[in-house]
Design a protein around this ligand. Structure first.
Ligand SMILES: [Fe+2]
Length: 378
């Protein structure tokens, strides 16, 4: 969005006078370049259009009934255009983000209603009050997880590593990608690691549901170790993740954790700072897009951690899906909405409150484009 705004600003300042021939207008040249790239992608799938502009081609593409091909083509557009200044691509990205955040907000509310109706005895959930809940795995399971982690092959963080139809971070390229591979070492989520994590979550699933107030699906896993003394970048700055508001993250600390060897700090909704400390096996489940948090980098040795992302669902499914290093969550909720219940009043009120919260946080509710930008950043 910043690049887009910057580009619009530059275009405003340097727009050519009316007398210049349109054939040398830089906007047309640029559009021609993007449309040629798009036609090259489409021709790989046997799709040939005679349209001249990127916009016309995309409009035409929307009429296709072949969803599988459309998914593949849109995926290639994401891979090709997320590094570019293609305005139309960023319009699409912004609109998709806005729709996604809205859909997830509605769906999260629906999932909380469904859980409440199925579990009327459940107390108001802890996460709505504080933003996080903590616990500890058994020492034997922690040891097995640590051994499995250490056996897992090391991989490079790749920006293109995200599943189809998954939201992703488009800003990880160039120096940013280099930094991602400097502040952490990433590991493959092996079958052994996933089996052990499945065991861990299976025993905790009911506790998690009660704490977060809804059923959930596992939509992502990352196993990595933060490197020493990487203080000013990435996860070591106070931040909220860019997931939709219903997302939850489970952080599993596999080794000793404290101020010296490294830790994570979380700011609860009450403003208290919680720092993880222990001998290994500690876990924190938290609302990662609403709770501010930061890593405390280790002083000398890498600190291994496993991060699992949950999204609200109408029925809990704890199968561990490795959806990629750069996967955030599915763009849109895909659970079976024919089951469960829907409370219009509660859902509307919750979304109104969320909108108000976003407006208050960012100080501008009147400018629609700013609001879109702010929602994306959350
Ligand atoms: Fe984070």
């Amino acid at each position: 969005m910043l690049r887009k705004l910057a580009k619009k600003f530059v275009k405003t300042i340097y727009s050519p006078p009316q007398t210049i021939s349109p054939t040398i207008n830089p906007i047309n040249t640029e559009d021609q370049k993007f449309s040629q790239e798009l036609m090259a992608i489409l021709s790989k799938y046997g799709i040939i259009y005679n349209d001249k502009t990127y916009k016309e081609i995309l409009k035409n593409l929307l009429h296709t009934q072949d969803n599988k091909t459309l998914t593949k083509v849109l995926r290639e557009i994401d891979n090709a255009d997320k590094f570019t200044d293609n305005d139309l691509y960023w319009e699409y990205f912004s609109a998709r983000s806005l729709l996604s955040y809205t859909a997830w907000d509605l769906f999260s509310s629906h999932c909380m209603e469904t859980y409440n109706i199925s579990n009327p005895e459940n107390e108001p959930c802890v996460l709505e009050k504080t933003g996080l809940v903590t616990g500890k795995l058994s020492s034997s399971l922690t040891q097995s997880l640590l051994e499995a982690y250490q056996k897992a092959p090391i991989i490079t963080y790749e920006d293109s590593d995200f599943a189809d139809n998954f939201m992703f971070n488009p800003w990880i390229f160039g120096d940013c990608k280099k930094e991602f591979n400097q502040f952490a070492v990433y590991r493959t989520s092996t079958d052994l690691l996933k089996d052990l994590l499945h065991q861990a979550i299976e025993t905790l699933a009911s506790e998690f549901e009660a704490a977060i107030g809804h059923y959930f699906n596992v939509v992502g896993i990352r196993a990595f170790e933060l490197c020493p003394l990487t203080t000013s970048i990435g996860p070591h700055i106070w931040h909220k993740d860019s997931h939709p508001a219903g997302a939850k993250k489970l952080m599993l600390y596999l080794s000793k954790t404290n101020q010296e060897v490294g830790s994570t700090e979380y700011e609860t909704y009450q403003g208290d700072i919680f720092r993880v400390e222990g001998d290994g096996g500690e876990w924190v489940l938290f609302s990662n897009s609403r709770v501010k948090h930061r890593g405390i980098p280790p002083q000398s040795q890498n600190r291994p951690i496993i991060e699992i992302t949950f999204m609200p669902a109408l029925k809990t499914d704890i199968r561990i899906n490795d959806t990629g290093q750069n996967a955030i969550c599915p763009w849109f909720p895909t659970s079976d909405v024919t089951k469960g219940y829907f409370s219009t009043e509660n859902t509307i009120m919750r979304c109104i409150k969320r909108s108000l919260q976003l407006g208050l946080e960012n100080g501008n509710v009147a400018n629609a484009s700013d609001n879109i930008d702010n929602m994306i950043k959350r």
